[in-house]
Design a protein around this ligand. Structure first.
Ligand code: C2E
Ligand code: CA
Ligand code: CA
Length: 556
């Protein structure tokens, strides 16, 4: 049927154009935020007729005013009948927005229906600003003064311009549904949505995505930091009778759709805004003691931090837009294969690269590199994040330690004394052959069980206390205990050891010796016994009387 002006006129006069309500939902929580009012012409024969079929005629004929007040009156009445009137958003045609009569008429309807205007959002498109920015600005300010919020509808289509966004005090920005519909399949749409959401955040304006039909779209929008959304996924436009059911329904939380293969962890901070996350990351990035950069799909430096720029010997600005092949041509062949693999989606870590010294006297630099592919919201690779740690010092310390271990080993091979080496935690590393001969332990047993195995059960606690105290404090180890001998008997042993420190003052090794002190202990024991017998004898009547023990011993 071709719709004529007379049809529209009769529909409006008969109040056949009624409000439908589509839920607006908070993406993070799935909670209902409010409703957008959408006009529906209830045609007796054709059923509901959608606005694109009659709005233009209503605008041209001026019937739009009457229609708007009818819609608002009904919508406000439906809202105020509820225990807590929900937030509402109404579409206002550009021609209405250029007319100051809008404000007073709106105020009158709100007063009549007792609807609080601070719960109303006025949605306009950019065409409302095009002809006369000054009047539009005046109307916008008056609406704001009434408590209304202002939303810019269909953003991204038509005359979208940043100047318009700045011209009026907008509170909300509605991302047009044409982008949302294709954002899961089209990279360009996705980038536009991401840019609009980012723009909204930077300007402090809430973003609302329209036409969300699938969970995947909702997940992607959530990840992008979009605040609100509406669409068939959350609910079709419904009549006023359905309002209380929609309000009491449980929130629809969404599962995040994995953007990248499931083995990639996607950190999502639901509390911080993307812009805050961005600033935080920027601060970490700049101050990191680790060299960091991001390379795009063409392997160009998109960003690089100070540390990596220093490592590459060129300022940050000199890198941007260039490739590693241009910036570090000699080094490039060493890491290029790994970088290409990362660009195919493989995570690479622990790659050690040696970088020749800048001068003939200088040491070569050792760098530990990792490549982490970065995916966009749809799992497409957009570049590689690179981290480089300078491990030259660590490598040098390891080499020094290895050399000192080797020197000690050569001493151990020729030493008649039992020598041993433990790591910084007291774990067995090495012992010389006299140890194995003295205790009957094999090297494998030492490796698996350490020295505790050979310590007499009654001495184990003391041995352990001394050892742990030294490991904690770095004090010398010095402990005597009974140890099992090769025949299964017990012999006294004295173990002494000292720590060796690394370049940062941390204990890296324990070196020490173990000596058989059984004979000496026995000798001391017999002296001790003799002395106590002498002491007894001194105290007994009729004995030598007072006598210095040393003298007695000499007599004996
Ligand atoms: P709009 O303001 O962009 O409204 C959103 C449109 O998207 C609505 O179409 C809605 O039914 C539709 N929609 C919502 N969710 C989905 C979804 O998931 N998928 C798809 N494909 N569509 C979805 P509708 O109701 O046909 O309205 C069309 C346009 O007519 C509105 O676009 C608005 O510009 C205008 N309009 C509607 N009611 C009024 C009104 O009372 N006054 C004025 N001046 N214009 C109105
Ligand atoms: Ca709208
Ligand atoms: Ca829209």
């Amino acid at each position: 049927m071709v719709i004529e002006l007379a049809d529209v006129q009769s529909a409006i006069e008969n109040e056949a154009v009624i409000p439908y309500f589509q839920p607006l939902v908070e993406l993070r929580s799935g909670q209902l935020y409010g409703f957008e009012i959408l006009a529906r012409w209830q045609h007796a024969d054709l059923g509901p007729i959608l606005p694109p079929n009659f709005i233009a005629i209503a605008e041209q004929s001026g019937l739009i005013w009457q229609m708007t007040w009818q819609l608002l009156r009904r919508a406000f009445n439906a809202a105020t009948q509820l225990p807590c009137p929900p937030r509402l958003a109404i579409n206002i045609s550009p021609i209405q927005f250029r007319d100051q009569a809008l404000v007073s008429a709106l105020q009158a309807v709100a007063k009549e229906t007792q609807y609080p205007l601070d719960r109303l959002t006025i949605e306009i498109t950019e065409s409302a600003i095009l002809e006369n920015v000054d009047i539009a600005h005046e109307v916008a300010c008056e609406l704001r003064a009434l408590g209304c919020r202002l939303a810019l509808d269909d953003f991204g289509t038509g005359f979208s311009s940043l100047a318009h966004l700045q011209a009026l005090p907008f509170d909300e920005l509605k991302v047009d549904r044409s982008f949302v519909r294709t954002m899961t399949t089209s990279r360009e749409s996705r980038k536009i949505v991401a840019a609009v959401v980012g723009l909204g955040h930077s300007l402090g304006i809430r973003t609302i995505a329209e036409g969300v039909e699938t969970e995947q779209q909702a997940g992607m929008l959530l990840r992008l930091g979009c605040d609100l959304c509406q669409g068939w996924f959350y609910g079709h436009p419904s009549s006023a009778e359905a309002l209380s059911d929609i309000i009491s329904a449980s929130p629809r939380e969404i599962r995040l759709h994995p953007a990248a293969p499931s083995n990639h962890v996607i950190p999502v901070c639901l509390e911080a805004m993307p812009s805050q996350q961005g600033s935080q990351l920027h601060a970490i990035y700049d101050g990191a003691p680790v060299g960091l950069c991001f390379l795009d799909r063409d392997l160009r430096y998109v960003s690089i931090n100070r540390r990596l720029a220093e490592m590459n010997g060129a300022p940050i600005e000199a890198h941007l837009g260039k490739t590693p092949r241009e910036m570090v041509p000699k080094l490039f062949p060493k890491f290029a294969p790994y970088l290409y693999r990362a660009m195919q989606g493989q995570q690479i870590s622990g790659l050690e690269i040696e970088r020749p010294a800048a001068t003939s006297e200088g040491d070569p630099m050792a760098i530990l590199v990792s490549y982490q592919p970065a995916f966009d919201e749809a799992g497409e690779i957009i570049g590689v994040s690179v981290a480089c740690v300078d491990i030259t010092e660590r490598k040098r310390a390891e080499r020094v330690l290895r050399e000192s271990d080797e020197r000690y080993r050569s001493i151990m091979e020729t030493s008649p004394v039992a020598l041993w080496v433990l790591d910084h935690q007291g774990n067995f590393i090495d012992a010389s052959s006299p140890w194995y001969e003295m205790t009957g332990q094999t090297r494998e047993e030492c490796e698996q069980k350490g020295f505790m195995e050979v310590v007499h059960p009654d001495d184990q606690e003391r041995y352990w206390d001394v050892l742990t105290e030294s490991l904690r404090s770095g004090n010398l180890v010095d402990v005597e205990f009974r140890a099992v001998d090769a025949e299964g008997g017990w012999r006294w042993m004295r173990v002494r050891g000292a720590p060796r420190y690394g370049p940062s003052g941390e204990v890296v090794r324990w070196y020490g010796m173990a000596e058989d002190i059984n004979e000496r202990r026995r000798e001391i024991e017999s002296w001790r016994q003799l002395l106590s017998e002498m002491e007894m004898c001194r105290k007994q009547p009729g004995s030598f009387g007072y006598c210095h023990p040393e003298i007695v011993i000499h007599i004996v």
